[in-house]
Design a protein around this ligand. Structure first.
Ligand code: FES
Ligand SMILES: [Fe+2]
Length: 350
């Protein structure tokens, strides 16, 4: 497998237009969210704007997912369902000359039999885990040299999720995960404390901190918890935030999936899953008397609402801030510079 270089050198270039809002590519190398599995029905063709281009995606009758460019390699027809692309017997059928493609992108049939020369659709490597479908984007179409974590359900609940279109860049949204000093001011967290130094290993970054925060549906019905938070990043499109409140036995997994749509906008997906609470009476005495299913459902909804409220507090800042190449950071904010060095590997093109 080819290594993605980590330093800029004479034979690499950054793909940036001169009027770009950011001094780096709008489409960094990496894995990006495409869809939740439950929305990808077998034998249905979908299309969307993803990483600055139109893509189509579908699941064949064996359950395998394909994400590909929407342009037919034969003579350039648009393969999207809105323009006549369709699926028949698990194969994608082009609306122009009827060529048929399998999930690997190979043209397996034309109206007059197998193609005389190989015809291949440009597909993107996919990864499906825990009910989430991702695809890998590289400007040269290179194969991935790294992956994203296993999201298998196990004793986690299904994901609850929502999304927003925001005018920003995945580097900006990811930077939030290491910008500890904005947590009290924007989100109102108290007693913010770093638990361990930032860990950066190739395309993986982890950050560990503790916060104290109020949780509850209203000021009257609320409780205060010490929460240990681990932030795990893979590239810039995948962040997983894992808050744990040991005292009450609360385990939450939040995804922040930031996928560029075009050069200016991202689709920002917020997803959450929880484990069943272990000690509900720590929150409110007598809470354990509630039926467990109902209680866990109710808590999941509350945690999701809190997560969306917290993240949406960042939206207007992300949409309107200017990226400063030389920010005036204090001594306690040096992790932001380490994060930016981590980001360089995703902007470089061979
Ligand atoms: S352009 Fe698609 S089959 Fe000809
Ligand atoms: Fe934030």
């Amino acid at each position: 497998m080819r290594q993605i270089p980590t330093k800029q050198s004479a034979d690499v270039k950054l793909s940036v237009s001169s009027d770009s809002r950011f001094p780096f590519s709008p489409f960094p190398i990496g894995w990006y969210w495409v869809e939740f599995s439950e929305n990808l029905k077998k034998e249905r063709l979908y299309s969307k704007q993803w990483m600055g281009q139109q893509v189509i995606y579908w699941r064949d009758n064996k359950g395998q997912v394909c994400v590909s460019e929407a342009t037919c390699p034969h003579l350039g027809a648009n393969l999207s369902p809105e323009l006549g692309g369709k699926l028949e017997d698990g194969l994608l059928v082009c609306p122009f000359h009827g060529y048929r493609y399998d999930v690997d992108g190979r043209c397996v049939r034309t109206l007059s039999g197998p193609p005389n020369t190989p015809v291949e659709l440009k597909t993107f490597p996919t990864y499906e885990s825990g009910g989430v479908v991702f695809a890998y984007w590289h400007p040269d179409g290179a194969e991935p040299t790294w992956g994203i974590p296993d999201l298998s359900i196990g004793d986690w609940s299904k994901f609850l999720y929502n999304s927003a279109v925001i005018r920003t860049h995945p580097q900006e949204t990811s930077e939030n995960g290491v910008d500890i000093s904005h947590l009290p001011y924007v989100h109102g967290y108290e007693a913010v404390e770093i638990l361990k130094p930032l860990v950066v290993e190739g395309p993986c970054l982890q950050n560990f901190f503790r916060i104290n925060r109020r949780v509850g549906p209203s000021k009257l019905v609320s409780f205060t918890l010490d929460v240990d938070v681990t932030v795990t990043m893979r590239g810039l499109g995948f962040s997983m935030i894992e808050p744990v409140a040991q005292e009450a036995g609360i385990y939450v997994r939040q995804l922040a999936l930031c996928t560029p749509i075009d050069e200016e906008h991202v689709n920002f997906v917020m997803a959450i899953q929880t484990k069943d609470i272990e000690r509900p009476n720590v929150l409110i005495p007598g809470l354990s008397l509630l039926p467990r299913r109902l209680l866990n459902y109710w808590l999941r909804k509350i945690f999701f609402k809190i997560y969306m409220t917290d993240i949406s507090q960042d939206f207007h800042i992300w949409e309107n801030k200017k990226y400063l190449t030389y920010p005036r950071l204090g001594p306690a904010e040096q992790d932001i510079l380490r994060f930016r060095r981590y980001c360089e590997q995703f902007h470089i093109i061979d």
